[in-house]
Ligand binder design. Structure first.
Ligand code: ATP
Ligand code: MG
Ligand code: FE
Length: 335
């Protein structure tokens, strides 16, 4: 079967064409709205919805063309129903359903977070649940157990900000453009991670909960007590310290969850899963403990259409492809 995946939950208009046997991403173009939101330091829902409306048809056309197929070759559509911004989700859902009706094929509504994890499955299609999952993205930070039949149990989640949000907000405080995660990582590379001792929340707990709001406050205090020139001169070391604080929290809690659940496979997904320091730290631990660590190809860590089609294919293979027909802005994996 040939699948068209459509992702429009936030600020990326993304479409992809996948074949399921053998499993292959045939195309995966996207339009990133980052420049349209940069002025405001974050995503503006109304601007996002309008941009999706303009770009969704051309991106879908590009996906089909780049894949070397024609519209009539598409057998099914998978689109994001949530979590995400209501306007952007509605654009994707309306487009997907309209096109499916025109082509007389099914359209399946998928969970965006299941999509992020399915991106890791694309590079590790033989993994079988149960396994522990770590979702680290712009809006979510959560450890979830996946058991056969797509049964999800939350092991721990953030009490406040998500890891990606922490990167972005702390980055903004030190003068970096949104989204700051990849920039902080690049600027901090090979710098001193111990330059500033930023706080690690709930570090002494053996719980699996995260908290990043204290870090945000600590960075704010840091900017209030240090000259802008000093911050600029030491930006590499500050970024390295910031990255280390966020990654350290993620790694500690993930290790707690691995110990608690005794899982031998860890699957990570979401934009922050592109982070090299996080990958290295978790890989080191997993290697030592004989745990299999599955991550998405770096190009599939942040939002894309391939992960949405992959989520549908993965469900289809297990006989569990049920469409979530209603667009839900707030829809965690595990309730
Ligand atoms: P959600 O998936 O929770 O709905 P989202 O779709 O907006 O949120 P993603 O696209 O999954 O989020 O991820 C975007 C986030 O990933 C941003 O916060 C960004 O700063 C962060 N990010 C991207 N690359 C890196 C990196 N290399 N290191 C750290 N953070 C990164
Ligand atoms: Mg985005
Ligand atoms: Fe996402």
């Amino acid at each position: 079967m040939i699948w068209l995946g459509i992702e429009s939950s936030c600020d990326e208009t993304a479409c992809a064409v996948l074949q399921d046997d053998p499993l292959k991403v045939l195309s995966n173009p996207l339009y990133s709205q980052i420049d349209e939101h940069a002025l405001y330091g974050g995503v503006v829902p109304e601007i996002a919805a309008r941009a999706h409306l303009q770009k969704i048809a051309p991106i879908a056309e590009a996906a089909v063309k780049e894949a070397g197929v024609e519209l009539k070759d598409i057998d099914a559509i998978a689109y994001t129903t949530g979590p995400g911004l209501m306007g952007p989700l509605l654009v994707g859902a309306s487009f997907a359903k309209g096109l499916a009706r025109d082509l007389n094929i099914p359209a399946y509504g998928m969970n965006h977070l299941e999509g992020h994890l399915a991106a890791a499955w694309l590079s590790n299609p033989d993994i079988e649940p149960p396994f522990l999952t770590l979702t680290v993205s712009g809006g979510h930070t959560e450890l979830v157990m996946e058991e056969p039949g797509f049964k999800y149990t939350s092991i721990g989640r953030t009490r406040d900000d998500a890891a990606g949000e922490a990167f972005d907000k702390c980055g903004k405080l030190i003068g970096l453009k949104y989204p700051a995660g990849a920039t902080i990582s690049r600027l901090g590379k090979d710098h001193n991670r111990k330059f500033v001792e930023f706080p690690r929340a709930l570090h002494t707990h053996d719980s699996c909960e995260f908290s990043f709001s204290g870090l945000k406050t600590a960075v704010l205090r840091y900017t209030e007590t240090h000259d802008p020139e000093f911050i600029q001169q030491n930006l590499g070391d500050i970024c390295a310290s910031l990255e280390d604080a966020i990654v350290d929290s993620l790694v500690t809690k993930t290790i707690n969850a691995l110990k608690k659940t005794k899982m031998k496979t860890l699957v990570m997904g979401g934009g922050v899963s592109a982070n090299s320091w996080l990958r290295t730290r978790l890989q080191d631990y997993c290697d030592k403990k004989g745990i299999r660590f599955c991550v998405p190809d770096r190009s599939l860590s942040t939002d894309n259409g391939a992960m949405i089609a992959a989520a549908a294919i993965r469900r289809k293979l297990q006989g569990k492809l049920e469409s979530i027909d209603v667009v839900k802005p707030w829809m965690p994996l595990a309730l």
